[in-house]
Design a protein around this ligand. Structure first.
Ligand SMILES: C[S@@+](CC[C@H](N)C(=O)[O-])C[C@H]1O[C@@H](n2cnc3c(N)ncnc32)[C@H](O)[C@@H]1O
Length: 375
């Protein structure tokens, strides 16, 4: 059994806690920007494979006070690094600092690396080499209010990088945030899903993966825990095989995306193909006001319109937000509309009855998911 901390976008903690509980994690405790939980190695592997809303899963090694680079160095050097690695392991350290006397995160990371390398050099005359691309031991140092937490990072590359979106188009949503918003909206794949301002197709692809019961980590080639001393390869292979066998071949209900820009729709199609769902999703070039629901029962409309952050843009967008509300009222009877934006003035222009709004951080930007009552 070990204790872990899974990080996520702020606001998604309850959703991530729900995902962890569904994976049978124990002592699940939502905190700020993440969720603490405990469990055996099998749970860690399942968490990295299955969590849709997590950005990283960290395994804390040591927690201590650190006000200066020297204090940091001494605390890290005092740990017994033989417990975690050998000089033949490759190493990398990532660091973030907040509200602390230590302000230079890169220098702090270097002191941690030096402390570990110096310990090995002194003990066995050799030191681990650094590999920032694919370290066997990737460490995460988080310093907040002079309190440091040093953790093993189980994936190294963050979990939201699913690998299907190599091309960056107009302001794409973080994949883990998109997946979390879908879960928050109650999407379970049984009702149709439409994003009429789909951009690179993130909501549609994340929705399709959820509806297919496809774990977001299935196509990832490498997780950092595969380099850990206690890595159990047969267990990991069995967990991945079991997950692969449980993926559905077909969507229970339609998933569609449209966008006014033809070039963007081409990107969305390419991303869907890369995600292995190109043959299951329908994308079309359309103005949101011309989009119509698929035949059958009503479902969930979700979108992330432009926020209007540039001067002058906000005024131009009033018509777009108003148009979304008018089109839904006229053509989408019974559908639940969810709209994700940082701009409250614009969200109010939708003009439909608001059921609720909940806050999330999209990077440093506070945004809200607005839910409107079906017409
Ligand atoms: C913030 S981006 C959406 C990003 C998307 N969620 C993603 O993850 O890639 C907003 C999108 O709205 C589209 N858009 C703007 N006006 C539109 C309109 N009238 N009808 C349909 N799409 C529109 C833009 O082309 C852009 O792709």
């Amino acid at each position: 059994m070990a204790r872990y901390f899974a990080t996520c976008a702020r606001g998604l903690e309850p959703v991530l806690a729900g995902e962890l509980t569904a994976l049978n994690a124990e002592t699940v405790e939502p905190g700020r920007g993440g969720v603490t939980f405990t469990g055996p190695a099998a749970l860690l592997y399942r968490a990295c494979l299955w969590l849709r809303t997590a950005v990283r899963v960290l395994r804390p090694v040591h927690e201590f006070d650190a006000r200066t680079p020297d204090e940091l160095y001494e605390a890290v050097r005092a740990l017994n690094w033989n417990d975690w690695m050998t000089p033949d392991h490759t190493l990398a350290v990532d660091c973030n600092v907040r509200d602390s006397a230590l302000t230079h995160s890169q220098y702090a990371a270097r002191r941690v690396k030096d402390a570990i390398c110096d310990q090995f050099r002194e003990r066995v005359g050799r030191r681990p080499s650094v590999d920032t691309e694919r370290p066997m031991i990737g460490l995460n140092l988080h310093v907040s209010k002079n309190r440091a937490i040093l953790s093993l990072d189980s994936s190294w590359d963050s979990l939201h990088k699913r690998g299907y979106r190599p091309i960056q188009t107009v302001a794409p949503l973080n994949e883990a945030l998109a997946a979390g918003l879908l879960l928050r909206a109650g999407y379970d794949g049984t009702a149709p899903l439409v994003d009429p301002l789909c951009g690179s197709g993130t909501f549609c692809i994340e929705g399709a993966w959820a509806a297919l019961n496809r774990p977001p980590g299935l196509t990832r080639k490498w997780f950092a825990f595969q380099g850990w001393a206690d890595f159990d390869r047969p267990l990991w292979n069995a967990i991945r095989d079991e997950a692969r066998a449980a993926v559905r071949k077909n969507l229970p209900a339609a998933v569609r995306g449209s966008d006014v820009r033809a070039d963007v729709i081409e990107f969305a199609r390419g991303n869907a193909r890369a995600a292995g769902v190109g043959n299951l999703l329908a994308f079309e070039t359309l103005d949101v006001r011309d989009a119509r629901p698929p035949a059958g029962p009503p479902g969930l409309l979700i979108c992330n319109p432009p926020y209007g952050e540039r001067i002058g843009e906000e005024q131009e967008l009033i018509g777009l937000y108003r148009g979304i509300g008018d089109a839904v009222a006229a053509h989408w009877r019974g559908w639940r509309l969810f709209l994700f934006t940082s701009n409250t003035m614009l969200a109010k222009k939708v003009g439909l009855k608001v059921v609720q709004k909940s806050p999330y951080f999209n990077g440093a930007l506070e945004c809200f998911l607005w839910e409107f009552a079906p017409v």
